[in-house]
Design a binder for this molecule. Structure first.
Ligand code: NI
Length: 186
């Protein structure tokens, strides 16, 4: 089932999300719905707060990038109770967008290497070091679990430049092809 995506201004996007119990009801179905919602919106990642749930669940699809990054062929993964333990490497700038910030694309600097822990879809625990494009996507998505969005990383000047777009979103003016929930229609 495709779910509406919560847009900037929705309070759930600013909450610190909580770990879930492995017995969380209908977790498989929730993850399936998140994949479907992300695919429909052509996203590479989606965090549960973006569908209105303050829990630490993230889905990532890097298969769509496999033409440029062959190593990501077939890469579709869910991350449960996901946490970043450490960010390191070089600071790398790259343009980012977010399904909860339709129409906004800005360059964000992030570390090139991270150490993360999470449970996979079968609830097996993992702790690993991640680099490259996946490290970028994970930092963006796992930020959502801390109540952060990529615009929080911008300089005051860049923030000023997108002020008009942000206030349009707060007024419910989100122009995108997927279903959204702005603060103005509940
Ligand atoms: Ni995002």
């Amino acid at each position: 089932m495709v779910l509406p995506i919560y847009v900037y201004g929705q309070p759930v996007l600013r909450k610190v999300a909580e770990d879930i119990d492995p017995a969380y009801p209908n977790l498989k179905e929730l993850i399936e719905n998140m994949f479907e919602t992300m695919d429909k919106a052509d996203g590479v990642g989606l965090a549960a707060p973006q569908i209105g749930l303050p829990i630490r669940v993230v889905v990532v699809n890097l298969d769509v990038l496999s033409e440029d990054f062959p190593e990501y062929k077939g890469f579709r993964k869910a991350y449960i109770n996901a946490h970043i333990l450490e960010v390191g490497g070089e600071e790398v700038p790259m343009e980012e967008g977010c399904l909860s910030l339709p129409g906004i694309h800005e360059t964000v600097k992030r570390g090139s290497k991270i150490r993360v822990k999470y449970l996979d879809e079968e609830l097996n625990p993992h702790e690993e070091v991640v680099e490259g494009y996946l490290a970028r996507v994970m930092q963006h998505e796992f930020d959502h679990l801390e109540g952060k969005m990529f615009i929080d990383h911008l300089s005051p000047l860049r923030k000023q430049m997108i002020k008009g777009k942000l206030s349009a979103l707060l007024k419910g003016k989100a122009h995108c092809t997927y279903k959204v929930k702005t603060v103005h229609h509940k």
